[in-house]
Design a protein around this ligand. Structure first.
Ligand SMILES: Cc1ncc(COP(=O)(O)O)c(C=O)c1O
Length: 366
């Protein structure tokens, strides 16, 4: 007789992550030749050239285990941010660091607080570790920091703030953030997930400032998957106090980041031209989308990221399916509990224009 397996109760509560559909999958399913993926906030300009060159140079070294501490990459990040290497952890994507954080700190019965809607990995680690996940509804698409403060109790171990937030793109203002961090008890870890910070503009107030002021309970997360265009390499990093980082590092696998990811990320970090071009392209796309959405009376939230969260006043699932048939993948809001919203990644001008044309067609057809 076959065994009917039953895993840990905590795992039972985890809803599988629903990733943006892969291009090849959509092409095959729908018999399409061209598919535009505007669903996962990747960089439409592709990877930094410097990263590609570094990867090519190192491709024949893949028979050797990578440096388990990613020291060369850490040194480069430390230099760029004027911090110590002991304040850095490199992960197989920032996803891995989120998971390691949960594994190092969350006990059963602890609470993790996050926004709703916000990035689902925080929900995942809470459930994975048998902790409670408290979701605080956003107000006007932004974190309600007062509501979060009102919800603190002894069980709260972690507060996760994506800044800018995914999926709404909203940015927390400097004064509001400083005031919030000041009011959080030191024993609660505040994650400032800054996956999109490069797009957030000059007034963005990074959590790095708190690390430099020796706030021991702040963990800043960054990734090479977005503006650096290295999503498939899987590399991200966390910055925090030496003590916090040393605990998270204990939970890490010995060789978590592969050699191509390490050298690619190191090269991309200082590719200022690629970063500038990516920001400029994104700004132009934002202006275009804001205008087009306004013309149609669609409410959107101002984005500090490379995507826009917009209310298209129609069933997001139907719009998602309609766009898919026309070769465009977006994120429907229903996966975030918002039935008439979509999240669309800003792409190159001609693709943004095509998206708007197809959106009009799909909505007419509904
Ligand atoms: C807010 C946020 N944090 C983290 C990540 C994960 O990034 P990585 O590719 O580094 O795992 C994402 C990816 O979409 C994200 O939106």
């Amino acid at each position: 007789m076959k065994i009917e397996w039953k895993g840990r109760e905590a795992i039972n509560n985890i809803k599988p992550y629903s990733p943006g559909k892969a291009i090849d999958e959509v092409k095959k399913e729908l018999g399409l030749e061209i598919v535009y993926k505007m669903a996962s906030n990747e960089n439409p300009l592709g990877p930094s050239r410097l990263a590609i060159d570094a990867i090519k140079e190192n491709i024949s070294n893949i028979h050797i285990y990578p440096d388990g501490s990613s020291l060369m990459l850490k040194k480069e990040i430390a230099k760029k941010n004027n911090i110590k290497i002991e304040e850095i952890i490199i992960g197989n994507g920032s996803d891995e660091i989120i998971k390691l954080l949960g594994e190092s700190f969350l006990e059963e019965g602890d609470t993790i607080i996050m926004g709703d809607p916000s990035f689902s990995e925080y929900d995942y680690i809470g459930n994975l570790m048998g902790a409670k996940v408290k979701k605080i509804p956003l107000v006007n698409f932004a974190f309600n920091l007062e509501d979060i403060l009102d919800n603190l109790d002894d069980s709260v171990k972690i507060i996760a703030l994506c800044n800018p937030n995914n999926p709404t793109g909203t940015v927390i203002g400097k004064d509001e953030l400083i005031d919030f961090i000041d009011r959080i008890p030191e024993k609660i870890i505040v994650v400032l997930d800054e996956a999109y910070k490069e797009y957030a503009g000059e007034n963005f107030y990074s959590g790095l400032n708190f690390i430099k002021e020796e706030k021991n309970n702040v963990l800043v997360l960054n990734t090479f998957s977005k503006i650096y265009g290295l999503a498939a390499l899987r590399v991200g990093y966390g910055i925090g106090s030496e003590s916090l980082i040393s605990w998270i590092t204990r939970a890490k696998e010995p060789f978590n980041v592969n050699v191509l990811a390490q050298v690619g990320a190191k090269a991309a970090l200082n590719d200022n031209e690629h970063i500038k071009n990516s920001i400029d392209l994104n700004e132009d796309g934002k202006v275009f989308f804001y205008k087009e959405f306004s013309n149609r009376g669609f409410e959107y939230s101002e984005s500090g990221a490379n995507f826009i969260w917009v209310d298209i006043k129609n069933d997001s699932k139907l719009v998602f399916e309609g766009l898919l048939k026309k070769g465009i993948v977006i994120r429907p809001g229903n996966v975030f509990g918002a039935d008439t919203h979509i999240r669309v990644t800003i792409d190159k001008p001609e693709i943004n224009k095509y998206f708007i044309e197809m959106l009009d067609e799909v909505i007419k057809e509904i």
